[in-house]
Design a protein around this ligand. Structure first.
Ligand code: PHE
Length: 384
């Protein structure tokens, strides 16, 4: 029998990866479909600078594998994928409404290049927003393929997912505080939010409203006004990472926890929305050895996909979809409790949970190998 690797033990075993130089933009467009065992692969479109396009490929492979675990742990009938467009260091894209005025690359051309690669996958994969893209961009991609989540509500999509991702993170933070300090109350605790992008800023605002003591950081100095607005201490990201806090909230790019940075940490627990926070899976054990509770990123950051799929695929109301986000707190609580009882890391428990769900689906599929991938029907739009 042809035994497929479902990508959990080997995170680099992908179903397919398409790499194409966009004919309009001349940029490398990478779409990695990690797994469709649970259903249509979903994952955002990242447009970011990389020293070499091969670094963007590595990122796409790791981010898509993480999406497979994110959707599996969230109990969604979807697999994992990701799109990455590699910009040269320092390159910027114009906004569509700023054409002719900027000096950057034509954004619309880049997005149409992305759309054509996705369209070529015939519904095996659908994209959404990620670092460097937003709902307006999803609308441009939707001009050439229907496999797009999170278009603006006026265009029939579920809109910006970042507030929902943040709501899920806050639910996770409650569970983490409960496990680490015996109470889910956040008002009496000290947090460091590292990264004030769309999700990080929402989380910081929520924590400030809850009365928490806050340290915030971003590589972009223009974000400092938010620190003043929230009465937070502003630090540069490296110092914020090492700040003495109860909970560290990584909300920027991945790879922040490494054998070099783990010994410098002065937090009791970590939970945040950044994808792929660990440089490699083994770093979870280093955090564990230091007695730092790490809530796995792919569990904590699922709010955006949970909300978008609930509204666009399952036609739930906003209230119903938002209601699902609280369950992220329950899942984090379960993962942390199981890890404590079994003496393993929360990461190991969450990986096993994802693997169990994917293996069960794979076993079911083995009985019916002809079953097509259940592609979603985003926003009830007609088929192609
Ligand atoms: N950026 C989101 C994530 O990492 C991706 C996404 C959100 C995809 C919403 C589809 C819908 O989870």
């Amino acid at each position: 029998m042809n035994r497929r690797n479902h990508g959990i033990r080997d995170p680099f075993a992908h179903e397919q990866v398409r790499i194409r130089t966009g004919p309009r933009s001349g940029l490398p467009v990478i779409v990695a479909v990690h797994s469709t065992v649970l259903g249509q692969a979903i994952g955002g479109c990242r447009i970011a600078s990389y020293a070499h396009w091969q670094d963007a490929l590595t990122d796409a492979l790791r981010l898509s594998a993480a999406m497979t675990e994110k959707t599996a742990v969230a109990g969604l009938p979807n697999g994992g994928g990701k799109t990455v467009v590699a910009l040269a260091p320092g390159a910027v894209l114009d906004r569509p409404d700023a054409r002719g005025t900027g000096t950057g690359l034509d954004r619309r051309g880049v997005l149409h290049d992305v759309a054509d690669v996705i369209a070529g996958l015939d519904g095996l994969y659908a994209t959404g927003p990620d670092v460097g893209t937003d709902p307006t961009d999803m609308n441009v991609i939707a001009e050439r393929t229907r496999w797009v989540f999170c278009r603006p509500p006026e265009a029939g999509g579920s809109g910006d997912s970042s507030t929902h991702t943040a709501t899920g993170v806050v639910a996770a933070l409650g569970a983490v505080c409960d496990a680490a300090f015996g109470s889910p109350t956040m008002g009496s605790r000290r947090f460091a939010v590292v990264g004030l992008g769309r999700v990080g800023a929402h989380v910081a605002r929520h924590l400030a409203v809850a009365g928490a003591e806050l340290v915030v950081a971003d590589i972009d100095p223009t974000k400092r006004h938010l620190a003043d607005e929230l009465g937070a201490t502003w630090l540069d990201p490296d110092d914020a990472l090492r700040a003495e806090v109860d909970v560290l909230v990584p909300a920027a790019l991945g790879g922040v926890f490494t054998p070099e940075t783990v010994p410098l940490l002065r937090c009791a627990a970590i939970a945040g929305p950044a994808n792929n926070q660990l440089d490699e899976p083994g770093t979870a054990a280093l955090l564990h050895e230091r007695g730092i509770l790490w809530a796995p990123d792919f569990v904590v950051s699922a709010g955006g996909v949970i909300y978008a799929t609930a509204v666009e695929l399952h036609h739930e109301t906003t209230e119903q979809a938002v209601g699902r986000l609280a369950r992220i707190g329950d899942t984090v609580a379960e993962v942390l409790a199981t890890a404590r009882h079994t003496g393993t890391t929360p990461a190991a428990v969450a990986h096993q949970l994802a693997a169990r769900r994917i293996e069960a689906a794979a076993a079911q599929r083995a009985h019916d190998p002809g079953r097509p991938v259940a592609a979603g029907t985003t926003s009830g739009r007609p088929g192609p």
